[in-house]
Design a protein around this ligand. Sequence first.
Ligand code: SF4
Length: 324
Amino acid sequence: MADVPSEAPEHCPGTQSENAGKASACAGCPNQSLCSSGATKQPDPGIALVKERLSSVRNKLLVLSGKGGVGKSTVTSLLSRCLAANNPDRNVGVLDIDICGPSQPRVLGVLGEQVHQSGSGWSPVYIEDNLSLMSIGFLLSSPSDAVIWRGPKKNGMIRQFLSEVDWGRLDYLILDTPPGTSDEHLSATSYLKGAGITGVIIVTTPPQVALLDVRKEIDFCRKVNIPILGVVENMSIFVCPKCKNTAEIFPASSGGARAMSNELNVEFLGSIPLDPLLARCCDEGKNFLTEMPDSPTVNALNEICKSIVRKCEEEKENCLNNSQ
Ligand code: SF4
C-alpha cells in the first residue's frame, strides 16, 4: 500500500476499501487521486517488514479491554513484570501502542528515558535485564503533550513501532492497546497478520456494563480470527491490607467475568484483587511485586501468569498441528 498523507477526512472509508477515493468523504481530500488509482489497495509492504522484524519474537500477545478505566495498562505492566520475574531465562518486551494515552513509561518507572536509534532500529528501554519497553511516551517532549492524530498517521506510527524496534530475541511481546476496537487495533492486527498473533488477553471489571463491552471485544477477535487466551477480571474484590477482610467494590450482579467466560466459551484466567498500594506504586513507577510480595494481588498475578504461559504453549501446539 502506498503511504497516505495524514490529512485524510474524519469519515475516510479506509484507503483499502472498495470506496477509497470514491466516497462522498473523499471529495476534496488531498489523497483522492492516489486512492482512486487503486495504488492504496496493493498489499502493504509493512506487513512483510513486521513479519521479518518479529521473526525472533516467540509469542505476540495483545492486551485488550472493552472499556476504559478497567486498569488495562496497570494489568499489562503487572503481567509483564510478573512474567519476567517468574521466568528469568525468558525475555519479555512491552509495546505501548495506546498512542493517545501512553502510560507504560510511568507505571514501569522509566518516565523521561530516551530512546536511541541505531543502524538496526530503535532500542527499547530496559526496566530489568529481561524486560524492555517501547512507547510513544518516550518520543513526546512532555508527558502532558497531547497526541492528536488521525487514522493514517496512527497507522504509520504503529507500523514503525512493529517493524523498527530492535527487540533482539524475545519470548513474549505484550502489546498494550487503547480501550475498545479502534484504528490502533485494526492497524496492529493487520500488520501482525503475517507475523502471527499468539493470542489476546482481555481485561475487564465485574460490573455488567464493562462485561457488555467485553462481549464486543470477543466478537471482534473472532471476526478477525485472533485466538483469545482468556479473560482477566481486575479489581474483583478489595482485601484490607490490615485486617484481611474482603469487600466487593464493583458487585458482579450477573456472576462477573467468570460466568461470562463460561457462557462465551473462553478461558477465565483469574481475578486480581484491588490493593490500595498498587495505585501508589504505579504513580511512582515502583515494582509492586517486590514492594508488596505478600499481597493477595501478587498471588493472583502469579497464577494468571502461569495460565498465560500454559495457554501460549497450547496455542503454539495448535498452530503446529494445524500446519501439519
Ligand atoms: S484518504 Fe483516500 S479513502 Fe480516505 S478520504 Fe481521502 S481519498 Fe477517501
